[in-house]
Design a protein around this ligand. Structure first.
Ligand code: GLU
Length: 290
């Protein structure tokens, strides 16, 4: 039987450093959610900002995912190769009045409580100095359903929250690229860390402006260190040891509250992933700190 709406999920790391335990947990949750529904699971490297991305990070992340048996259903995609598509999306948004040029500095916006002193939305931006392109949000009391966290309510403030789509320095921004790529890749389900929860209401508006159907979202709690900080490059999270993939995956399953039997630690990565797929319960994803 052909499934008309196959599940297509993805893991979309920004290559700011090697894979650490927190990113393994997110990768594993998105993998298991997809595989347990006979879905496809993709990897997309979100390499939008070369100034924050050490050259070796992408290779390190992909090597680590391989070592942990997390193989994508299709070739890995790279945002750095999608610039044409982002230009086209911006063009569409500008033409339809969903985007505008803005040369305001952060300082100016702060001093003006987030409102644009040059009335950027009314096309008053002088093009002779560097400008960003922003998305023009609508005021909204946005209600949507998270597949783990349940009903969500987010307030979106027009002008004040307008996200940047193209930065003054010429780099495309996350809010544009993530939506454009999830649409282009036919992503039906997004599993990601809850540090991105607040982005969702804005992304919903960008989906509508691009006349596309939004995916289902499932946000898992982020893994924190003993100081309560999210594991990340900034909090000096150590790189995963690729020599101990079974132990790392076993710890990640525990962090995802899947209660793996201890005997799995002695087995192979393949066997552990097979067990995890069969027993995956995202409702159990009640994450604890490491
Ligand atoms: N690239 C983002 C990150 O590494 C994740 C984007 C997403 O899953 O929507 O935090």
């Amino acid at each position: 039987m052909t499934n008309l709406h196959p599940y297509r999920g993805r893991f979309a790391p920004s290559p700011t450093g090697p894979l650490h335990f927190g990113s393994l947990v997110t990768a594993l949750a998105s993998y298991l959610e997809a595989k347990s529904q006979n879905g496809q699971w993709l990897i997309r490297i979100e390499d939008l900002d070369p100034l924050r991305e050490p050259a070796e990070a992408t290779g390190q992340i992909l090597t680590s995912l391989d070592a942990h048996g997390l193989f994508p259903s299709e070739p890995v995609q790279f945002q750095s190769r999608h610039h044409e598509a982002y230009h086209a999306a911006i063009e569409h948004l500008l033409n339809k009045g969903y985007a505008y040029c803005c040369s305001c500095s952060r300082k100016q916006l702060q001093a003006n409580f987030g409102r644009h002193p040059q009335l950027c939305r009314d096309n008053h931006t002088a093009r002779d100095k560097p400008f960003a392109i922003r998305f023009a949000l609508n005021d909204d009391q946005c209600r949507w359903h998270d597949q783990l966290l349940g009903p969500q309510h987010q307030v979106v403030q027009a002008e004040i929250d307008d996200p940047v789509l193209l930065r003054k320095e010429g780099f495309f921004a996350y809010q544009l690229a993530v939506v454009a790529d999830d649409i282009a890749q036919g992503i039906t389900h997004v599993v990601r860390g809850s540090d991105l929860l607040d982005m969702t209401a804005q992304q919903l508006q960008i989906y509508h402006a691009l006349e596309a159907t939004p995916p289902h979202w499932l946000h898992i709690p982020v893994i924190v260190n003993s100081q309560g900080q999210k594991l990340s490059k900034q909090s000096h999270a150590p790189a995963l040891d690729n020599q101990t993939p079974t132990a790392n995956l076993f710890a990640a399953l525990n962090a995802l509250n899947q209660q793996p039997p201890p005997s799995l630690q002695a087995g192979s990565v393949e066997y552990l992933l097979e067990w995890a797929c069969i027993h995956w319960k995202h409702q159990g994803a009640n994450l604890t700190s490491q």
